[in-house]
Design a protein around this ligand. Sequence first.
Ligand SMILES: Nc1nc2c(c(=O)[nH]1)N[C@H]1C(S)=C(S)[C@@H](COP(=O)(O)OP(=O)(O)OC[C@H]3O[C@@H](n4cnc5c(=O)[nH]c(N)nc54)[C@H](O)[C@@H]3O)O[C@H]1N2
Ligand SMILES: Nc1nc2c(c(=O)[nH]1)N[C@H]1C(S)=C(S)[C@@H](COP(=O)(O)OP(=O)(O)OC[C@H]3O[C@@H](n4cnc5c(=O)[nH]c(N)nc54)[C@H](O)[C@@H]3O)O[C@H]1N2
Ligand code: SF4
Ligand SMILES: [Mo]
Length: 738
Amino acid sequence: MARLPVSAEKLIEEFGPHLNYPPKEGYAGRDEPDKEVKTHCCFCGMQCGMKLLVKDNKVVGFEPWMEFPYNQGRLCPKGVERYLQNNHPDRLIHPLQREEGKGFKNVSWNSAMEKTVSEIKRIQQQYGNDAFAMLSGVSLSNEKSYLVGKFARVALKTANLDYNGRLCMVSAGAGNKKAFGLDRISNSFEDLERAEVIIVTGANVSETFPTLTHWIWRARDYGAKLIVVDPRMIPLARTADLHLPVRPGTDSALYGAMLKYLADHDMLDHDFIDNHTSGFQEALDAVQGYTLEWAEQVTGIEKAKIELAAQWWGKASTSFLLHARGIEHHTKGVDNVLGCINLVLATGRIGKPYCGYGTITGQGNGQGGREHGHKCDQLPGNRDITNPEHRKIVSDIWGINEKDLPGKGLTAYELIEAIHRGEVKGLISICFNPIVSLPNNNFVREAFEKLEFYACIDFFMNETSRHADIIFPGSLQEEEEGTVTSAEGRVIRVRKVVDCPGEARPDTSIILELADRLGAGDKFKFETSEDIFNELRVASRGSTADYYGITYKKIEDNMGIFWPCPTLDHPGTKRLWEDKKFCTPDQKAHFNPVKYREPGEVTDEEYPVVMTTGRVVSQYLSGTQTRRIGKLVDNFPEPKVEIHPQLAKKYNIRQDEIIRVVTRRGSAEFPANIVETIRTDTIFLPYHWPGRKSANQFTTGNLDPISKIPEFKVCACRVEGTGVFAGPSTDSKAYAST
Ligand SMILES: Nc1nc2c(c(=O)[nH]1)N[C@H]1C(S)=C(S)[C@@H](COP(=O)(O)OP(=O)(O)OC[C@H]3O[C@@H](n4cnc5c(=O)[nH]c(N)nc54)[C@H](O)[C@@H]3O)O[C@H]1N2
Ligand SMILES: Nc1nc2c(c(=O)[nH]1)N[C@H]1C(S)=C(S)[C@@H](COP(=O)(O)OP(=O)(O)OC[C@H]3O[C@@H](n4cnc5c(=O)[nH]c(N)nc54)[C@H](O)[C@@H]3O)O[C@H]1N2
Ligand code: SF4
Ligand SMILES: [Mo]
């Protein structure tokens, strides 16, 4: 038997009984499935290939899909458990209607639809079209993302549509568009392999994109130097050559000082800067005075380490810079992204083999979902809803008059503020759990209590849908055909593997019926997901996210196609800008000046500690899905506060003691986990839990002025011991469902 890649062997050791690899004849120890279908994980942006096993129209297990080029059979702890959702006892299998004071009752599809449509009409007649809003999410396929964008504008006729990528990808998107005119990672992850220096900043890769670790390890095998920037010594940092433990909220000072160092020591690619970029001098002027000493003071990183990082980066001949939410979830998220891009452009290492830059896309379809028009300012093909030319193109394809196409709406958190002020009265949401995932969630809950009508499409009940008047039972990824676009920009096929259980229905059919009942049926004549994809292809044609040349068949024949792919005979684009023609109007890559600013909330005497928030490996986002999967719950049953021994000592806190975290927005109690891997002035709280366990009861509503992303990564707090110790409350059963 051929030797398996090391991490596959590891996986088998760990998950042997599930993996059943190499397959035993007749699937020993398990009922023989009726079929196995090659598809993808439903969770993060890596979109690992896997095979789902089906028996009697139910998903009963999985097998690795060894040939899929990105993950080559590897899966992470969430991936190996995702198959447990389709059959889950908590699945919503009937439409539900809430009766005040009595909870939810089952209702017929007809009555749920009638109620929803009559409320939409009532609210829009009484308060105007924009008083009814929609929120969407990018776990949805490309087809559903496109459909939601069209539904909101053409059937609901509202400007107020936004999506959960607003909490995720928008700082990177705005930065990428400013610098390159296009919003995608520059190269596929294969190009990591021969990068001499890799910077990973604000990305806890081993926990959040576990299968990507493989490509970084491959680079390490070839001798790459790895630099990790993170306030915590995350698992990846433990194997890195250099760890820069940045004080949360100060990254732009670090990148500014590195840029100045590169210029002062002439580690620049002058030819590239002169011929293929603009704005270098302005960017350099902005960082005058950003000495290593100054940067050490602001970021808390020793200057010798900053210097070493700048030297390694400056001298490398190939490199890759990757970042994720750690630098993007800030009131200067866009600045941080631009600061990173300036380092890439200064050294000219882009558009070449093994030279790449990019954000690591978070959600399953975080890439495709941010291109197809369910952002408040966007039309399909990443077009601009305020641009008359773009509006005309899309209106023509949708068969509507351009003047009937709504304009720019409110962003997700601004929408909640508008609901709170009583300006927006009705809402429909799909694939979003704002009461857990938006910041300052007590305020968010108040807003939901004020809505006159709220409908929700989901396959599980979540904390937000508890406030819904109508819940439509929707579909899992494996219950509809479609495509998604992975973090690499690879458009791939997700397959319908089983039918929805009970009375649940595919998300698409729910939206199509609503469109029909709202009188827009003639604009939504789609029979299949492929029909929707074909309209999306046309709508994106000639745009900066061009899918025109991609077809279902082409994707299947090639195990994915990288966009842009402008014509049917085009092979797709794995590596962008090899011709050095960037997608900006002047075809140059743009430097942008970045001046350091403080975070929206800073520490003071009363709140002297920085709190930052994020993820753990076994839980996913607001936890609606993973808090229902026993093994994942056992792995991390409840949030614990990571705190450094020095800080713990200062407040007389001991391991597993319940500590009180106090912020300007309230306080709550959590067990302490004393670890040496975090800065001494910072605590970390994972955010996958609701209510009194939520991180977002503390976070602020401060937004980046450009991207409007909330500052999830910084708020000020203090911690207090209680003398009580964590006991049996960690029993996983208590968290088995929301
Ligand atoms: N297990 C798991 N995997 C996931 C997800 C999940 O919920 N669970 N979600 C998916 C999604 S949607 C996303 S967006 C991604 C997110 O993936 P990541 O961005 O990797 O995840 P986070 O934990 O939010 O933040 C990453 C790191 O940022 C660090 N950090 C905090 N503040 C700062 C700062 O000011 N500067 C720097 N440089 N670093 C900072 C934190 O210590 C943390 O280690 O993960 C995806 N994958
Ligand atoms: N404090 C703090 N807060 C954060 C973050 C942080 O780092 N710290 N990270 C932010 C980030 S990066 C993100 S992406 C957001 C995510 O925040 P959310 O988008 O609110 O999180 P999800 O858990 O994905 O919630 C989505 C809901 O969609 C449902 N769903 C999933 N797939 C489908 C589907 O195919 N169809 C239908 N109908 N429903 C579906 C799930 O059951 C779930 O109820 O959280 C943000 N909030
Ligand atoms: S790395 Fe992401 S896509 Fe791959 S198995 Fe894990 S959660 Fe799923
Ligand atoms: Mo995200």
